[in-house]
Write a protein that binds this ligand. Sequence first.
Ligand code: NAD
Ligand code: MG
Length: 396
Amino acid sequence: MSHPQRITVLGATGSIGLSTLDVIARHPERYQVFALSGFSRLGELEQLCLKHRPQFAVVADADAARVLQGGLQAAGLATRVLWGEAGLCEISAHPDVDAVMAAIVGAAGLQPTLAAVEAGKKVLLANKEALVMSGALFMQAVRKSGAVLLPIDSEHNAIFQCLPGDYARGLPAVGVRRILLTASGGPFRETPLADLEHVSPEQACAHPNWSMGRKISVDSASMMNKGLELIEACWLFDARPAQVEVVIHPQSVIHSLVDYVDGSVLAQMGNPDMRTPIAHALAWPQRIDSGVPPLDLFAVARLDFQRPDEQRFPCLRLARQAAEAGGTAPAMLNAANEVAVAAFLERRIRFPEIAGIIDEVLNLEATVPVGSLESVLQADARARSLAGEWLNRHGR
Ligand code: NAD
Ligand code: MG
């Protein structure tokens, strides 16, 4: 490509968004920021605009757009400020965009990510919730538009790196027996079970190895993150849930593995820093510097592995069940989880109640096949309303 690649960063003010901008800033000759989006931290988004000088910025609503537009104009910037889902879809599908980093958290990322896919962009997918909700439709849209979908989630990026290029023909066709999805086990891996009733949002967000947004940090503590990733892996790599095994690996140095029929097991390793998968996907199939220091195996010294305990981590079991049920079950699982995690962060429920709410929502609502985006959005709304009812009855 003769010009620098023009990148839209959805969720620029978040953990993945900032890591992406860090990698981009290391390679001004290769990448240029085309558009940035942010939701709540307007001042931070303004600073990012002043630094990266995008053509567009997108915020939550018209009021925020007016404030940011005024600030940027006063600073002499020509950035146009848009707002809402329509604005997000516009910067995702804009004809001048080469690649889109999809790093909005949660279901809010679905429509803008799909807009990038439908426009046939190179899509760097961090927003796993979008794929979990709408897997079949999402992957159909990728095939139809010819979009290049590159996983940013460290595990899926690792698996992508360990698979041959022609795995799209099917995992058995390229000799894959299993995918081994590694998990750190989060901050509560060894907490006595009885104490989980009393853990705080701060404890849940204090991840031992990774620094991440609050929602995914709680998901890591409950291991729902690994459950969502199991579903994500099935869609990305055309795997059955039974072909994906979760392995607890507390050091987070092996980011996942692929087990081949000849007994070879390929792993991707590195320091736990999201700039590695981000740089990998940005430059793919080339390699660029990410700013991540080299892995010091002598400092790591040992690698441990454990089988996950489903009594401790019921969310993992619920996610596997939803993966096997298919249809609208993953969208409902995801929506109930988003409501429950938000309630936990607001101290309205206790940590073990996250799994309790999801279990109840999945039991109350029958799974139906996914025919259209409408049916996904309906399942999402229904699960949110059932979870909300649970909170009204039992929440503080
Ligand atoms: P974060 O909370 O740090 O950032 C989220 C971003 O989304 C922010 O820019 C925020 O302004 C924006 N946002 C939030 N709600 C929004 C809404 N309703 N509409 C529009 N924008 C909204 O989260 P994060 O840790 O950067 O994670 C982002 C995504 O990447 C998540 O889906 C997460 O699962 C995935 N991911 C993150 C990591 C990580 O290391 N942080 C690793 C793998 C995958
Ligand atoms: Mg991950």
